[in-house]
Design a binder for this molecule. Structure first.
Ligand code: PLP
Length: 465
Protein backbone atom coordinates (compact mmCIF):
# COMPACT_ATOMS: atom_id res chain seq x y z
CA UNK A 1 0.00 0.00 0.00
CA UNK A 2 1.17 3.52 -0.74
CA UNK A 3 0.00 5.72 2.11
CA UNK A 4 -1.55 8.95 0.93
CA UNK A 5 -2.00 7.67 -2.60
CA UNK A 6 -5.09 8.90 -4.36
CA UNK A 7 -7.30 6.22 -5.83
CA UNK A 8 -10.25 6.46 -8.07
CA UNK A 9 -12.85 3.77 -8.17
CA UNK A 10 -15.69 2.85 -10.36
CA UNK A 11 -18.41 0.27 -9.97
CA UNK A 12 -21.83 -0.61 -11.07
CA UNK A 13 -24.91 -2.34 -9.85
CA UNK A 14 -27.86 -3.55 -11.82
CA UNK A 15 -29.32 -0.12 -11.15
CA UNK A 16 -26.62 2.32 -12.03
CA UNK A 17 -22.93 3.10 -12.35
CA UNK A 18 -21.07 5.19 -9.83
CA UNK A 19 -17.54 6.36 -9.46
CA UNK A 20 -15.54 8.19 -6.87
CA UNK A 21 -12.15 8.68 -5.35
CA UNK A 22 -10.33 8.22 -2.11
CA UNK A 23 -7.07 8.26 -0.24
CA UNK A 24 -5.11 5.32 1.10
CA UNK A 25 -4.93 5.99 4.84
CA UNK A 26 -3.42 2.81 6.16
CA UNK A 27 -2.30 -0.60 5.04
CA UNK A 28 -5.82 -1.82 5.34
CA UNK A 29 -7.93 1.15 4.60
CA UNK A 30 -8.91 3.38 1.76
CA UNK A 31 -11.09 6.36 2.68
CA UNK A 32 -13.52 6.64 -0.17
CA UNK A 33 -15.61 9.49 -1.33
CA UNK A 34 -18.27 9.58 -3.97
CA UNK A 35 -18.86 11.60 -7.04
CA UNK A 36 -22.50 12.51 -7.28
CA UNK A 37 -25.20 10.87 -5.25
CA UNK A 38 -24.47 7.47 -3.93
CA UNK A 39 -27.41 5.33 -4.96
CA UNK A 40 -26.08 1.82 -5.22
CA UNK A 41 -28.83 -0.53 -4.22
CA UNK A 42 -26.89 -3.74 -4.34
CA UNK A 43 -23.49 -4.84 -5.39
CA UNK A 44 -23.49 -6.89 -8.50
CA UNK A 45 -20.14 -6.25 -10.05
CA UNK A 46 -17.03 -4.24 -9.63
CA UNK A 47 -13.97 -3.65 -11.68
CA UNK A 48 -11.39 -1.13 -12.70
CA UNK A 49 -10.42 -0.05 -16.11
CA UNK A 50 -6.94 0.79 -17.22
CA UNK A 51 -7.60 1.02 -20.92
CA UNK A 52 -9.18 4.41 -21.11
CA UNK A 53 -10.45 6.93 -18.59
CA UNK A 54 -8.13 5.37 -16.02
CA UNK A 55 -10.11 4.39 -13.03
CA UNK A 56 -7.54 3.42 -10.48
CA UNK A 57 -4.93 6.16 -10.38
CA UNK A 58 -1.85 5.16 -8.47
CA UNK A 59 1.88 5.37 -8.94
CA UNK A 60 1.77 1.66 -9.58
CA UNK A 61 -1.21 -0.58 -9.40
CA UNK A 62 0.91 -3.39 -8.04
CA UNK A 63 2.10 -1.27 -5.14
CA UNK A 64 -1.41 -0.82 -3.89
CA UNK A 65 -3.06 -4.01 -4.80
CA UNK A 66 -1.22 -7.08 -3.76
CA UNK A 67 -1.97 -10.29 -5.60
CA UNK A 68 -4.18 -10.90 -8.49
CA UNK A 69 -3.84 -7.65 -10.34
CA UNK A 70 -1.89 -9.44 -13.02
CA UNK A 71 -3.95 -12.43 -12.86
CA UNK A 72 -7.33 -12.57 -14.48
CA UNK A 73 -6.83 -16.20 -15.37
CA UNK A 74 -4.13 -16.89 -12.89
CA UNK A 75 -5.47 -16.26 -9.44
CA UNK A 76 -6.33 -19.26 -7.32
CA UNK A 77 -9.88 -19.32 -8.53
CA UNK A 78 -9.09 -17.87 -11.91
CA UNK A 79 -11.52 -15.05 -11.45
CA UNK A 80 -11.19 -11.97 -13.57
CA UNK A 81 -10.05 -9.64 -10.80
CA UNK A 82 -10.23 -9.83 -7.06
CA UNK A 83 -7.51 -7.66 -5.58
CA UNK A 84 -7.69 -6.65 -1.97
CA UNK A 85 -8.96 -3.22 -2.83
CA UNK A 86 -11.91 -4.63 -4.66
CA UNK A 87 -12.78 -6.84 -1.74
CA UNK A 88 -12.51 -3.83 0.50
CA UNK A 89 -14.79 -1.83 -1.76
CA UNK A 90 -17.18 -4.69 -1.87
CA UNK A 91 -17.37 -4.78 1.91
CA UNK A 92 -17.83 -1.06 2.08
CA UNK A 93 -20.42 -0.84 -0.61
CA UNK A 94 -22.40 -4.01 -0.31
CA UNK A 95 -26.02 -3.48 0.59
CA UNK A 96 -28.45 -6.38 0.70
CA UNK A 97 -30.25 -6.33 -2.59
CA UNK A 98 -33.82 -5.06 -2.21
CA UNK A 99 -35.03 -7.94 -4.36
CA UNK A 100 -33.77 -10.43 -1.89
CA UNK A 101 -34.29 -8.69 1.40
CA UNK A 102 -37.82 -7.35 1.23
CA UNK A 103 -39.70 -7.95 4.46
CA UNK A 104 -43.11 -6.35 3.92
CA UNK A 105 -45.76 -8.56 2.27
CA UNK A 106 -46.41 -6.22 -0.61
CA UNK A 107 -42.77 -5.50 -1.35
CA UNK A 108 -42.06 -9.22 -1.28
CA UNK A 109 -44.44 -9.75 -4.15
CA UNK A 110 -43.19 -6.74 -6.07
CA UNK A 111 -39.61 -7.60 -5.27
CA UNK A 112 -39.93 -11.20 -6.37
CA UNK A 113 -41.59 -10.15 -9.62
CA UNK A 114 -38.83 -7.67 -10.13
CA UNK A 115 -36.20 -10.29 -9.34
CA UNK A 116 -37.71 -12.57 -11.98
CA UNK A 117 -37.83 -9.73 -14.49
CA UNK A 118 -34.21 -8.81 -13.86
CA UNK A 119 -33.11 -12.45 -13.97
CA UNK A 120 -34.83 -12.86 -17.34
CA UNK A 121 -33.34 -9.57 -18.47
CA UNK A 122 -29.89 -10.98 -17.62
CA UNK A 123 -30.69 -14.02 -19.77
CA UNK A 124 -31.57 -11.71 -22.66
CA UNK A 125 -28.30 -9.84 -22.17
CA UNK A 126 -26.30 -13.07 -22.30
CA UNK A 127 -28.24 -14.18 -25.38
CA UNK A 128 -27.54 -10.88 -27.15
CA UNK A 129 -23.88 -10.97 -26.06
CA UNK A 130 -23.26 -14.30 -27.82
CA UNK A 131 -25.91 -13.61 -30.50
CA UNK A 132 -28.21 -16.54 -29.67
CA UNK A 133 -31.38 -16.38 -31.75
CA UNK A 134 -33.63 -16.65 -28.66
CA UNK A 135 -33.02 -15.99 -24.99
CA UNK A 136 -34.51 -19.44 -24.20
CA UNK A 137 -31.33 -20.88 -25.73
CA UNK A 138 -29.43 -19.66 -22.65
CA UNK A 139 -29.51 -21.88 -19.55
CA UNK A 140 -28.00 -20.48 -16.36
CA UNK A 141 -25.79 -22.98 -14.55
CA UNK A 142 -23.40 -22.77 -11.59
CA UNK A 143 -20.40 -22.47 -13.90
CA UNK A 144 -19.04 -23.81 -17.18
CA UNK A 145 -18.25 -27.16 -15.58
CA UNK A 146 -21.88 -27.69 -14.63
CA UNK A 147 -22.96 -26.63 -18.13
CA UNK A 148 -20.73 -29.32 -19.67
CA UNK A 149 -22.01 -31.92 -17.20
CA UNK A 150 -25.56 -30.90 -18.09
CA UNK A 151 -24.88 -31.74 -21.74
CA UNK A 152 -23.11 -34.99 -20.84
CA UNK A 153 -25.88 -36.23 -18.55
CA UNK A 154 -28.86 -34.94 -20.51
CA UNK A 155 -27.88 -34.94 -24.20
CA UNK A 156 -25.07 -37.49 -23.84
CA UNK A 157 -26.94 -40.24 -22.04
CA UNK A 158 -29.88 -39.99 -24.43
CA UNK A 159 -27.85 -39.84 -27.62
CA UNK A 160 -24.73 -41.95 -27.14
CA UNK A 161 -24.34 -45.71 -27.12
CA UNK A 162 -21.49 -48.22 -27.10
CA UNK A 163 -19.07 -47.65 -29.99
CA UNK A 164 -20.10 -44.04 -30.65
CA UNK A 165 -17.15 -41.66 -30.66
CA UNK A 166 -16.50 -38.32 -29.00
CA UNK A 167 -13.58 -36.35 -30.45
CA UNK A 168 -11.82 -34.25 -27.84
CA UNK A 169 -8.49 -32.38 -27.87
CA UNK A 170 -5.85 -33.25 -25.31
CA UNK A 171 -5.63 -29.52 -24.54
CA UNK A 172 -9.08 -29.36 -22.94
CA UNK A 173 -9.59 -28.18 -19.38
CA UNK A 174 -10.41 -31.13 -17.10
CA UNK A 175 -14.02 -29.93 -17.04
CA UNK A 176 -14.29 -30.79 -20.74
CA UNK A 177 -12.60 -34.20 -20.39
CA UNK A 178 -13.78 -35.83 -17.17
CA UNK A 179 -17.57 -35.67 -17.83
CA UNK A 180 -16.98 -37.51 -21.12
CA UNK A 181 -14.84 -40.14 -19.40
CA UNK A 182 -17.67 -40.75 -16.90
CA UNK A 183 -20.19 -40.95 -19.75
CA UNK A 184 -17.96 -43.30 -21.74
CA UNK A 185 -17.51 -45.66 -18.79
CA UNK A 186 -21.28 -45.94 -18.47
CA UNK A 187 -22.29 -46.06 -22.15
CA UNK A 188 -19.31 -47.68 -23.87
CA UNK A 189 -18.82 -44.60 -26.05
CA UNK A 190 -15.19 -44.05 -27.05
CA UNK A 191 -13.05 -40.92 -26.59
CA UNK A 192 -10.75 -40.04 -29.49
CA UNK A 193 -8.05 -37.52 -28.66
CA UNK A 194 -6.57 -34.85 -30.92
CA UNK A 195 -2.92 -34.17 -30.13
CA UNK A 196 -0.70 -31.14 -30.79
CA UNK A 197 1.24 -30.04 -33.85
CA UNK A 198 4.93 -29.12 -33.64
CA UNK A 199 3.81 -25.52 -33.14
CA UNK A 200 2.02 -26.67 -30.00
CA UNK A 201 -1.53 -26.05 -31.14
CA UNK A 202 -4.25 -28.71 -31.35
CA UNK A 203 -3.80 -30.51 -34.67
CA UNK A 204 -6.87 -29.63 -36.75
CA UNK A 205 -5.75 -31.97 -39.57
CA UNK A 206 -5.73 -34.84 -37.08
CA UNK A 207 -9.14 -33.72 -35.82
CA UNK A 208 -10.51 -33.91 -39.36
CA UNK A 209 -8.98 -37.35 -39.84
CA UNK A 210 -10.61 -38.63 -36.65
CA UNK A 211 -14.11 -37.61 -37.76
CA UNK A 212 -16.17 -40.54 -38.95
CA UNK A 213 -19.62 -40.41 -40.54
CA UNK A 214 -20.58 -43.65 -38.89
CA UNK A 215 -19.13 -43.16 -35.44
CA UNK A 216 -18.51 -39.54 -34.42
CA UNK A 217 -21.42 -38.12 -32.46
CA UNK A 218 -19.80 -35.20 -30.68
CA UNK A 219 -16.76 -32.93 -31.02
CA UNK A 220 -15.61 -31.14 -27.86
CA UNK A 221 -13.15 -28.28 -28.29
CA UNK A 222 -12.04 -25.15 -26.48
CA UNK A 223 -12.18 -21.85 -28.33
CA UNK A 224 -9.08 -20.36 -26.66
CA UNK A 225 -6.63 -22.54 -24.73
CA UNK A 226 -6.08 -21.53 -21.10
CA UNK A 227 -2.49 -22.87 -21.35
CA UNK A 228 -1.32 -22.56 -24.97
CA UNK A 229 -3.04 -19.21 -25.66
CA UNK A 230 -3.96 -20.63 -29.06
CA UNK A 231 -7.26 -19.90 -30.78
CA UNK A 232 -9.07 -22.69 -32.65
CA UNK A 233 -10.96 -22.12 -35.94
CA UNK A 234 -14.35 -22.97 -34.46
CA UNK A 235 -16.37 -22.11 -37.55
CA UNK A 236 -14.38 -24.62 -39.63
CA UNK A 237 -14.48 -27.28 -36.93
CA UNK A 238 -18.27 -26.86 -36.59
CA UNK A 239 -18.65 -27.39 -40.32
CA UNK A 240 -16.42 -30.48 -40.31
CA UNK A 241 -18.39 -31.92 -37.37
CA UNK A 242 -21.73 -31.25 -39.04
CA UNK A 243 -20.51 -32.77 -42.31
CA UNK A 244 -20.26 -36.13 -40.53
CA UNK A 245 -23.53 -35.61 -38.65
CA UNK A 246 -21.87 -34.87 -35.29
CA UNK A 247 -22.67 -32.13 -32.78
CA UNK A 248 -20.11 -29.64 -31.52
CA UNK A 249 -19.67 -28.35 -27.97
CA UNK A 250 -17.36 -25.37 -27.49
CA UNK A 251 -15.72 -24.49 -24.19
CA UNK A 252 -15.69 -20.71 -24.57
CA UNK A 253 -14.50 -19.88 -21.04
CA UNK A 254 -11.43 -18.11 -22.38
CA UNK A 255 -13.01 -16.49 -25.42
CA UNK A 256 -16.37 -15.02 -24.32
CA UNK A 257 -14.69 -12.60 -21.84
CA UNK A 258 -12.06 -11.52 -24.37
CA UNK A 259 -13.55 -11.29 -27.85
CA UNK A 260 -16.85 -11.04 -29.68
CA UNK A 261 -18.39 -14.52 -29.84
CA UNK A 262 -21.30 -15.13 -32.19
CA UNK A 263 -22.81 -18.59 -31.80
CA UNK A 264 -24.86 -18.32 -34.99
CA UNK A 265 -21.92 -17.22 -37.08
CA UNK A 266 -19.72 -19.95 -35.58
CA UNK A 267 -22.51 -22.48 -36.20
CA UNK A 268 -22.01 -24.30 -32.89
CA UNK A 269 -24.57 -26.55 -31.19
CA UNK A 270 -23.52 -26.00 -27.59
CA UNK A 271 -21.26 -23.40 -25.99
CA UNK A 272 -20.40 -22.81 -22.34
CA UNK A 273 -18.78 -20.02 -20.32
CA UNK A 274 -18.32 -18.89 -16.71
CA UNK A 275 -19.30 -15.53 -15.27
CA UNK A 276 -16.35 -15.06 -12.93
CA UNK A 277 -13.89 -14.74 -15.80
CA UNK A 278 -15.68 -11.71 -17.19
CA UNK A 279 -15.72 -9.19 -14.32
CA UNK A 280 -18.85 -10.78 -12.89
CA UNK A 281 -19.67 -12.80 -9.75
CA UNK A 282 -18.75 -16.40 -9.08
CA UNK A 283 -21.49 -19.01 -8.84
CA UNK A 284 -23.07 -18.58 -12.24
CA UNK A 285 -22.22 -19.67 -15.75
CA UNK A 286 -24.24 -20.45 -18.81
CA UNK A 287 -24.94 -22.98 -21.49
CA UNK A 288 -25.97 -21.93 -24.97
CA UNK A 289 -27.82 -24.72 -26.79
CA UNK A 290 -29.64 -24.63 -30.12
CA UNK A 291 -33.34 -24.52 -29.32
CA UNK A 292 -34.24 -27.72 -31.17
CA UNK A 293 -31.54 -29.62 -29.27
CA UNK A 294 -32.56 -28.26 -25.86
CA UNK A 295 -36.22 -28.98 -26.63
CA UNK A 296 -35.42 -32.65 -27.19
CA UNK A 297 -33.25 -33.06 -24.09
CA UNK A 298 -34.49 -34.61 -20.82
CA UNK A 299 -33.95 -32.79 -17.49
CA UNK A 300 -30.54 -32.92 -15.84
CA UNK A 301 -31.65 -32.26 -12.23
CA UNK A 302 -35.18 -32.71 -10.88
CA UNK A 303 -37.02 -30.45 -8.42
CA UNK A 304 -38.79 -27.13 -8.21
CA UNK A 305 -38.96 -24.67 -11.10
CA UNK A 306 -38.22 -27.28 -13.77
CA UNK A 307 -41.66 -28.88 -13.82
CA UNK A 308 -44.92 -28.31 -15.56
CA UNK A 309 -47.06 -30.62 -13.34
CA UNK A 310 -46.13 -33.03 -10.58
CA UNK A 311 -48.25 -36.12 -9.77
CA UNK A 312 -47.44 -38.87 -7.36
CA UNK A 313 -46.45 -41.30 -10.06
CA UNK A 314 -44.87 -38.97 -12.59
CA UNK A 315 -44.11 -35.37 -13.53
CA UNK A 316 -44.16 -33.34 -16.68
CA UNK A 317 -41.43 -30.85 -17.39
CA UNK A 318 -41.21 -27.18 -18.23
CA UNK A 319 -39.86 -26.02 -21.57
CA UNK A 320 -36.22 -24.97 -21.81
CA UNK A 321 -34.51 -23.12 -20.29
CA UNK A 322 -36.53 -23.70 -17.05
CA UNK A 323 -36.38 -27.48 -17.60
CA UNK A 324 -32.65 -27.28 -16.88
CA UNK A 325 -32.77 -24.81 -13.99
CA UNK A 326 -34.04 -26.88 -11.07
CA UNK A 327 -34.32 -25.14 -7.70
CA UNK A 328 -33.73 -21.52 -6.76
CA UNK A 329 -31.21 -20.08 -9.19
CA UNK A 330 -28.30 -17.74 -8.43
CA UNK A 331 -30.52 -14.71 -9.04
CA UNK A 332 -28.20 -11.95 -7.84
CA UNK A 333 -25.19 -13.51 -9.55
CA UNK A 334 -27.02 -13.82 -12.88
CA UNK A 335 -28.11 -10.19 -12.64
CA UNK A 336 -24.48 -9.31 -11.87
CA UNK A 337 -23.42 -11.16 -15.01
CA UNK A 338 -25.93 -9.06 -16.94
CA UNK A 339 -24.39 -5.89 -15.50
CA UNK A 340 -20.89 -7.05 -16.43
CA UNK A 341 -22.10 -7.69 -19.96
CA UNK A 342 -23.42 -4.11 -20.11
CA UNK A 343 -20.04 -2.92 -18.95
CA UNK A 344 -18.01 -5.03 -21.39
CA UNK A 345 -20.36 -4.15 -24.24
CA UNK A 346 -20.03 -0.48 -23.48
CA UNK A 347 -16.25 -0.75 -23.90
CA UNK A 348 -16.73 -2.98 -26.95
CA UNK A 349 -15.55 -6.57 -27.35
CA UNK A 350 -13.63 -5.80 -30.54
CA UNK A 351 -11.79 -3.04 -28.74
CA UNK A 352 -11.02 -5.35 -25.82
CA UNK A 353 -9.80 -8.04 -28.21
CA UNK A 354 -7.56 -5.69 -30.21
CA UNK A 355 -6.09 -4.20 -27.05
CA UNK A 356 -5.43 -7.67 -25.63
CA UNK A 357 -3.73 -8.87 -28.83
CA UNK A 358 -1.33 -5.95 -28.49
CA UNK A 359 -0.74 -6.81 -24.81
CA UNK A 360 -0.34 -10.49 -25.70
CA UNK A 361 2.40 -9.74 -28.21
CA UNK A 362 4.13 -7.40 -25.79
CA UNK A 363 4.05 -10.03 -23.05
CA UNK A 364 5.32 -12.77 -25.36
CA UNK A 365 8.12 -10.68 -26.88
CA UNK A 366 9.40 -9.54 -23.49
CA UNK A 367 9.15 -12.91 -21.80
CA UNK A 368 10.79 -14.57 -24.77
CA UNK A 369 13.97 -12.50 -24.38
CA UNK A 370 14.69 -13.75 -20.84
CA UNK A 371 17.39 -16.45 -20.96
CA UNK A 372 16.19 -19.90 -19.88
CA UNK A 373 12.49 -19.13 -20.37
CA UNK A 374 10.45 -21.60 -22.41
CA UNK A 375 6.97 -20.40 -23.43
CA UNK A 376 4.37 -22.98 -24.43
CA UNK A 377 2.03 -22.62 -27.38
CA UNK A 378 2.48 -20.98 -30.77
CA UNK A 379 4.70 -17.98 -31.49
CA UNK A 380 2.65 -14.94 -32.45
CA UNK A 381 2.84 -13.83 -36.09
CA UNK A 382 0.82 -11.95 -38.68
CA UNK A 383 -1.55 -14.88 -38.88
CA UNK A 384 -1.29 -16.39 -35.39
CA UNK A 385 -2.95 -14.35 -32.65
CA UNK A 386 -2.26 -15.50 -29.14
CA UNK A 387 -4.55 -14.79 -26.21
CA UNK A 388 -3.09 -12.47 -23.59
CA UNK A 389 -1.49 -15.16 -21.47
CA UNK A 390 1.80 -17.06 -21.39
CA UNK A 391 2.41 -20.41 -19.77
CA UNK A 392 6.12 -20.91 -19.28
CA UNK A 393 8.90 -22.58 -17.38
CA UNK A 394 12.36 -21.36 -16.44
CA UNK A 395 15.19 -23.82 -16.84
CA UNK A 396 16.19 -25.33 -13.51
CA UNK A 397 13.42 -23.63 -11.48
CA UNK A 398 10.12 -24.95 -10.22
CA UNK A 399 7.12 -22.86 -11.33
CA UNK A 400 5.73 -22.81 -7.80
CA UNK A 401 8.97 -21.29 -6.49
CA UNK A 402 8.72 -18.64 -9.19
CA UNK A 403 5.07 -17.89 -8.44
CA UNK A 404 5.67 -17.75 -4.68
CA UNK A 405 8.66 -15.42 -4.95
CA UNK A 406 6.87 -13.14 -7.43
CA UNK A 407 3.92 -12.93 -5.08
CA UNK A 408 5.81 -12.49 -1.80
CA UNK A 409 8.61 -10.26 -3.00
CA UNK A 410 7.03 -8.31 -5.80
CA UNK A 411 3.26 -8.47 -5.29
CA UNK A 412 2.86 -9.94 -8.73
CA UNK A 413 0.46 -12.86 -8.90
CA UNK A 414 0.84 -15.52 -11.50
CA UNK A 415 -0.40 -19.06 -11.27
CA UNK A 416 1.60 -22.26 -11.16
CA UNK A 417 0.52 -25.86 -11.53
CA UNK A 418 -1.20 -27.87 -14.24
CA UNK A 419 -4.00 -25.32 -14.73
CA UNK A 420 -6.56 -28.15 -14.82
CA UNK A 421 -4.91 -29.46 -17.98
CA UNK A 422 -2.83 -32.46 -16.90
CA UNK A 423 -3.08 -34.38 -20.19
CA UNK A 424 -1.79 -31.31 -22.02
CA UNK A 425 1.09 -30.89 -19.59
CA UNK A 426 2.03 -34.56 -20.02
CA UNK A 427 1.99 -34.10 -23.77
CA UNK A 428 4.37 -31.13 -23.36
CA UNK A 429 6.61 -33.36 -21.22
CA UNK A 430 6.13 -31.37 -18.02
CA UNK A 431 4.21 -31.66 -14.75
CA UNK A 432 3.53 -28.00 -14.24
CA UNK A 433 4.06 -24.54 -15.65
CA UNK A 434 3.87 -20.95 -14.51
CA UNK A 435 1.22 -18.82 -16.17
CA UNK A 436 0.92 -15.07 -16.43
CA UNK A 437 -2.25 -13.70 -17.91
CA UNK A 438 -3.78 -10.34 -18.62
CA UNK A 439 -7.15 -8.74 -19.07
CA UNK A 440 -8.10 -5.41 -20.57
CA UNK A 441 -7.46 -3.58 -17.28
CA UNK A 442 -3.77 -4.48 -17.47
CA UNK A 443 -1.23 -2.25 -19.18
CA UNK A 444 2.19 -2.59 -20.77
CA UNK A 445 3.57 -1.12 -17.52
CA UNK A 446 2.13 -4.11 -15.68
CA UNK A 447 3.97 -6.36 -18.12
CA UNK A 448 7.18 -4.38 -17.53
CA UNK A 449 6.72 -4.77 -13.75
CA UNK A 450 6.24 -8.50 -14.19
CA UNK A 451 9.29 -8.91 -16.43
CA UNK A 452 11.51 -6.95 -14.02
CA UNK A 453 10.19 -9.02 -11.12
CA UNK A 454 10.76 -12.28 -12.98
CA UNK A 455 14.34 -11.34 -13.86
CA UNK A 456 14.95 -10.60 -10.17
CA UNK A 457 13.31 -13.89 -9.18
CA UNK A 458 15.53 -15.88 -11.52
CA UNK A 459 18.62 -14.01 -10.25
CA UNK A 460 17.62 -14.83 -6.67
CA UNK A 461 17.26 -18.56 -7.24
CA UNK A 462 20.29 -18.91 -9.48
CA UNK A 463 22.48 -17.12 -6.93
CA UNK A 464 22.36 -20.31 -4.82
CA UNK A 465 23.70 -22.53 -7.58
C1 PLP B 1 -10.76 -23.19 -20.68
C2 PLP B 1 -11.54 -23.43 -19.41
N1 PLP B 1 -12.56 -24.29 -19.43
C3 PLP B 1 -13.30 -24.54 -18.35
C4 PLP B 1 -13.01 -23.94 -17.15
C5 PLP B 1 -13.85 -24.28 -15.96
O1 PLP B 1 -14.55 -23.17 -15.51
P1 PLP B 1 -15.41 -23.27 -14.16
O2 PLP B 1 -14.48 -23.76 -13.11
O3 PLP B 1 -15.87 -21.88 -13.92
O4 PLP B 1 -16.52 -24.21 -14.42
C6 PLP B 1 -11.94 -23.05 -17.06
C7 PLP B 1 -11.58 -22.45 -15.77
O5 PLP B 1 -10.48 -22.11 -15.47
C8 PLP B 1 -11.18 -22.78 -18.23
O6 PLP B 1 -10.15 -21.94 -18.21
Amino acid sequence: MVLGAVVQWWLWSSEMWVSGGGVVTSNEKVELYEEGRFLVEGYTGITMMAMEGVVLKLPSFSQLVNPNYFSNRTSRNSVSISPNLLLLLRQLLFRPHPFLSATQPDPILKSSTRATDEYEMARRKVAAFVNASESSEIVFTRNATEAINLIAYSWGFSNLKAGDEIVVTIAEHHSAIVPWQILSEKTGAVLKFVSLTEDEVPDTKMLQDLLSKKKTKLVVVHHVSNVLASVLPIKDIAKWAHDVGARILVDACQSVPHMAVDVQNLGVDFLVASSHKMCAPTGVGFLYGKSELLAAMPPFLGGGEMISDVFLDHSTYADPPSRFEAGTPAIGEAIGLGSAIDYLSQIGMQKIHDYEVELANYLYENLHTIPGVRIYGPAPSQTVHRAALCSFNVEGLHPTDIATFLDQQHGVAIRSGHHCAQPLHRCLGINASARASLYFYNTKEDVDDFIRALVDTIAFFTSFK
